[in-house]
Design a protein around this ligand. Structure first.
Ligand SMILES: [Zn+2]
Length: 636
């Protein structure tokens, strides 16, 4: 359904962010703002704040920020439309009724019936486990042997199907469910003119939709019948597409968000074992190799995945590709490998909960580093194979969407591979250029790919991050003090915009804000935070919300109470603006120097080399001059 602008406008009028956020966390007033423990990350003392006058929230711990609609989208993992719908309902704003198409209606009704019969089956299997003699003596005792307490059996709704052809079939038809529906739900099989239960004499693991509805079943055999597979699963049905589903997600989603990490294991019992160790942010791909849909599902809750591997080198190699897909999906991956012959299930039972938790913490290795080490070990000293490894690793790094992360990895892999960083960079750029021919992620167009920066003496940030910070500072000064005077008849915005007239901001979102600022000025309008919060893109809104709540402001109340008045930032604007401009230029020159040096590696014609060296000299001179100026300003 499309929601009209007038509805969004009305909603924005009526929205009270204090009320909206207050539905999820308990807010306490401190100074001008409200505070709570952050709903997006795990914390004990509040760093999540809401500014009711501005209609925005910001967390100083994890950096999440936005307006009330953003908040609902984030906290409930909703699309913009669905968040607006939910809020409209809360505020009693009527939305246009949508007429479902007859076919849609029929599909909807069919799905509803499937959910009902699947729930019936889940309850039925659960009941057999604890009440039927066969369930008790075979199924329940097996689970007890595995060390599953009753609470866990209940939590995962584990069940048992008796060893008969028509156990479920009879119970369900007695209840009035048609065989057609049972077949469509994947619960019974019709072959020739026979109709019989799919699951017979097995322990049942229901598979749930993230909302908690059972949508399918996995079933484990208990007697050793070589003709039958150990595990069988429901087939694909209108409500179960196995490539979209992760086992355990309905129990894990909140905790994945809270810990900002998702553990990924292989089987049902691995998930349950981790729960037994107190780790609940875990899901299993169960039976399929990881799919892009599954990765997308996880990314709704966190951008970090930790993959737990059995200690089996052959299997590991096969699953490296799966992790490349995680990177491709824009997520970050870590890896934990268990000792040979152990899986998460067996290992956790062997060492116990505490040691297992420690093992996960200590052994988690960044995927790119892990892959490099793993492949290098395989390649041994063969130089040709080592080159192949380098290529393979570079192709993984190329999948990352974050240029800063790319440069960090390049440096690390350069050490591991013992290959010059510049050579790796050249290879990466070649690969990215080739990719560019096909599809170009926006950020490669926008920002030139950074080179791994040599560590700066005081800070460990890369120079691209420093540059981006200065761009952010320019934006902050413009938005907050744009119309303050920094000289005689010289408003800050005029001074700043003049100074950056020749510079293109490298960070897309700051560039966008700068562009909007100029545009508004030209049409004689005043630009402020409110304007950007209403008209900016999601990224712009986030930045503005972030900038609008400053740490210093928040301590106003404390200062008043203690009669402490510190010098205001606005008293020193001239200096602040000058420093910002000089730093911005200094960072930019440094970036240009490195880019220029990079060209040196690929230049072949002597004239080209001369030209590059000439540029280098000029840039170095500029760098020295700026450094001197900056030194004066800071000292003065
Ligand atoms: Zn937070």
């Amino acid at each position: 359904m499309r929601i009209g602008q007038e509805i969004i406008a009305e909603l924005q009028q009526r929205l009270d962010i204090e009320e909206v956020v207050g539905d999820y966390v308990t807010l306490k007033r401190k100074g001008r703002n409200l505070w709570a423990c952050c709903p997006f990350h795990d914390e004990k003392s509040p760093s999540f704040s809401v500014a009711p006058d501005k209609g925005i929230y910001k967390c100083f711990g994890c950096g999440k920020a936005g307006d009330a609609i953003n908040f609902v989208m984030e906290v409930d993992s909703l699309s913009f439309t669905d968040a607006v719908k939910q809020l409209a309902q809360k505020y009693g704003i009527e939305l246009p009724e949508e007429e479902p198409e007859p076919q849609e209606l029929q599909e909807h009704q069919e799905k509803e019936s499937l959910y009902i019969v699947l729930k019936f089956a889940a309850d039925y299997f659960q009941q057999l486990l604890t009440e039927h003699p066969e369930g008790k003596s075979i199924g329940y005792s097996y689970l007890k042997e595995r060390g599953f307490p009753d609470a866990i059996i209940k939590k995962f709704e584990l069940g048992y199907s008796v060893d008969a052809w028509d156990g479920l079939l009879k119970a369900a038809t007695d209840k009035g469910y048609s065989t057609d529906l049972l077949e469509k739900a994947g619960l019974i099989i019709r072959k020739d003119d026979k109709t019989y239960d799919r699951f017979r004499g097995r322990v049942i693991f229901p598979i749930h939709h993230p909302s908690g509805k059972p949508i399918a079943f996995g079933a484990r055999q208990l007697k050793t019948d070589k003709k039958q597979p150990k595990y069988i699963n429901s087939p694909e049905t209108p409500v179960y597409h196995k490539s979209n589903v992760l086992y355990g997600m309905h129990l894990a989603k909140k905790l994945i968000r809270q810990h900002d990490n998702c553990y990924l294991v292989e089987g049902y019992t691995d998930v349950i074992s981790l729960h037994l160790c107190g780790i609940e942010n875990v899901v299993a791909s169960s039976g399929t190799s990881l799919t892009t849909e599954q990765i997308r599902l996880i990314s709704r809750y966190s951008r970090h995945i930790t993959v737990l591997y059995d200690g089996d080198p052959a299997g590991m190699k096969a699953s490296l590709r799966g992790i490349d897909m995680i990177l491709e999906g824009g997520l970050l991956a870590k890896v934990v490998v268990f000792p040979e012959g152990e899986d998460p299930d067996s290992y956790s039972r062997k060492v116990g909960a505490t040691a297992f938790n420690n093992y996960l913490k200590e052994e988690a290795t960044d995927f790119v580093v892990f892959k490099t080490k793993f492949l290098l070990k395989e390649a041994g000293n063969d130089p040709l194979r080592r080159t192949e490894v380098a290529r393979d690793i570079i192709s993984s790094i190329a999948l990352l969407s974050d240029p800063v992360a790319q440069s960090v990895y390049l440096r690390e892999c350069s050490n591991l591979l013992n290959i010059d960083e510049a050579v790796l960079m050249a290879e990466l750029q070649k690969l990215l250029r080739r990719k560019k021919g096909q599809d170009v992620p926006e950020q490669y167009e926008a920002a030139p790919l950074p080179q791994a920066a040599p560590a700066e003496p005081q800070k460990a940030t890369t120079s691209e991050e420093s540059l981006s910070l200065q761009e952010k500072e320019s934006v902050r000064l413009l938005l907050r003090y744009g119309f303050h005077q920094v000289g005689e008849n010289l408003p800050l915005h005029q001074y700043l915009l003049q100074e950056v007239a020749e510079i293109e901001f490298q960070t897309p979102v700051y560039r966008e804000i700068l562009h909007l600022y100029r545009q508004q000025l030209e049409s004689g309008q005043v630009i402020n935070e409110q304007f950007l919060l209403q008209h900016g893109s999601a990224a712009v809104k986030e930045v503005v919300a972030d900038l609008s709540i400053s740490r210093y402001e928040l301590s106003d109340a404390w200062q008043e109470r203690h009669n402490i008045y510190t010098t205001q930032e606005s008293d020193h604007l001239e200096k602040a603006a000058l420093q910002n401009i000089l730093r911005l230029k200094f960072r930019l020159v440094r970036t240009l120097i490195r880019e220029n040096q990079q060209q040196l590696h690929t230049a072949v014609i002597p004239e080209e080399v001369d030209q590059i060296l000439l540029v280098h000299q000029e840039l170095k001179k500029a760098e020295m001059e700026l450094a001197a100026l900056l030194g004066n300003v800071i000292a003065g």
